[in-house]
Design a protein around this ligand. Structure first.
Ligand code: SF4
Length: 462
């Protein structure tokens, strides 16, 4: 693996995070709570494996016929007055959102949790344009206050303890120190309530785009997405093009599957399907609703039939929670929007293969991710396919490439192993493994003083 630039930084950060015992304690505690809840949640299924197979099948239908479903969805959504913006990349998405915000003369935007808006760095863009952008999901609000990116795709503040959060509130909101979680929640709620009514524009993501009704399905636990979508006069949903499902009835399968794998809940608390702006006889809802359909590299994946299953992801976060690498190095080390196993397979295709291919090496290939994925994405296989692409395109480290060639030659020509004495071979081995950090915290690997061949020769003859 190349260890320069982003990859080198990744290795350095991984090394320090993996030995940060306080970080490990918090992550173990929080993932432990999640594991218990998920085990309970899985118990509610009569046949969870069947549900996974059905979901995988439905999503693969979508991914393999994405063009048709997108057009069907668009036709149905626009029928009720919804407006669609097709954005090829983050720049296009931001430009169009910027135009809407400027037209509405918006000074404040309220935002529900959405990974696609993280992907296009919407908060940063709005702030640069003098617009206040307020995260309304509690976890997102906390990390926004702390100037961080989300740590996890489902639980953005997973790396923080109650005390850390209290300290953040004291520092940024100037409250009295407290260890009472209810007080902290009440503080955030009070502050956010004012923002909903002041904001001219509300932004959400979308968990699913429902093709047969042209709807945007949003699932959440705090009700903040509903408030963000209905109080402001304009609602903008930023959604990846792969988020389609064929019919409204499919939510029956996908909503419980997402919540069980994500948080262990039978069903998330608030589940809403937005069908467009307020209609003539409706009492509430926005005057205008836009959906930004974001490509931003997704069609790169779609163009590769052996890897496009990665587009089936419903962002439940389960693969992160079981990944031994994620649990040791944590979410921020990846320096990407999508971390953990799913992030490692999609980021190289969404954000540049060469700069991000190192993420596909951040895996033990144990397969735990694939075994929990509710839509059966063969994550560990795609990690290998990314590595293969790296080698095929000669993007990997030249020293490593030479080393592997040498190793291959040695494996195919046994006699080369007898050329040098054991001490010399040990010296080479130590240097080679030292380059990848092997001997930093482990004993050096030493070859046996005598090879098997030597021992065989020297065995007592009958
Ligand atoms: S890859 Fe599977 S397990 Fe991971 S977030 Fe996506 S749906 Fe969940």
């Amino acid at each position: 693996m190349i260890s320069s630039g982003k990859a080198a930084q990744f290795l350095t950060d991984s090394d320090s995070k993996a030995f940060d015992l306080e970080h490990r304690r918090k992550i173990r505690f929080n993932i432990g709570k999640y594991n218990t809840a998920v085990q309970t949640g899985l118990g509610w299924y009569r046949d969870h494996e069947l549900a996974r197979s059905r979901a995988a099948y439905r999503k693969s239908q979508i991914v393999n016929n994405l063009d048709q479903y997108l057009l069907q969805w668009e036709e149905n959504f626009t029928k009720r007055g919804g407006k669609v913006i097709w954005a090829q990349d983050a720049k296009e998405a931001l430009t169009e959102i910027g135009k809407i915000v400027a037209r509405k003369r918006a000074r404040t935007v309220v935002k529900a949790k959405s990974m696609t808006t993280e992907e296009i760095h919407l908060n940063h863009f709005l702030e640069q344009n003098g617009v206040e952008s307020v995260e309304t999901d509690l976890g997102e609000y906390i990390v926004q206050l702390n100037g961080e990116r989300p740590y996890h795709i489902v639980t953005p503040a997973m790396h923080l303890s109650k005390k850390d959060i209290a300290d953040i509130f004291v520092k940024h909101l100037h409250i009295e120190p407290t260890d009472d979680a209810q007080k902290l929640v009440a503080t955030a709620r009070k502050l956010l309530r004012g923002k909903y009514t002041a904001a001219e524009v509300g932004v959400t993501g979308g968990n699913f785009l429902v093709a047969d009704v042209g709807g945007v399905a949003v699932t959440e636990n705090e009700g903040n997405a509903r408030l963000s979508a209905t109080f402001p006069r304009t609602h903008i949903a930023v959604v990846g093009i792969e988020k389609l499902i064929p019919t409204l009835q499919d939510l029956d399968l996908f909503w419980p599957l997402l919540s069980t794998s994500g948080t262990g809940q039978q069903l998330t608390v608030y589940n809403t399907v937005y069908l467009g702006p307020r209609q003539p006889l409706e009492k509430d809802g926005p005057d205008e609703m836009y959906v930004v359909l974001l490509d931003n590299g997704r069609t790169n994946l779609l163009a590769q039939p052996d890897k496009r299953e990665a587009l089936q992801c419903i962002r439940c976060g389960a693969c992160l929670n079981v990944c031994p690498v994620y649990k040791n190095i944590g979410g921020h080390t990846y320096e990407t929007t999508y971390s953990g196993p799913i992030g490692s397979i999609i980021t190289p295709h969404l954000a540049g293969f060469e700069e991000n291919k190192h993420l596909s090496y951040a895996s033990s290939l144990c397969g735990a991710c694939s075994s929990v994925c509710p839509v059966r994405i063969p994550i560990h296989n795609i990690l290998l396919l990314n590595r293969q692409q790296s080698v095929r395109e000669h993007l990997n480290d030249k020293d490593e490439e030479r080393g592997i060639k040498l190793w291959l030659y040695g494996m195919k020509h046994r006699w080369t192993w007898s050329l040098a004495p054991t001490a010399a071979k040990n010296w080479v081995l130590e240097r080679l493994l030292g380059q990848v950090g092997w001997s930093k915290r482990r004993d050096a690997i030493k070859l046996a003083p005598k090879s098997f061949r030597q021992q065989w020769k020297e065995r007592p003859k009958k």
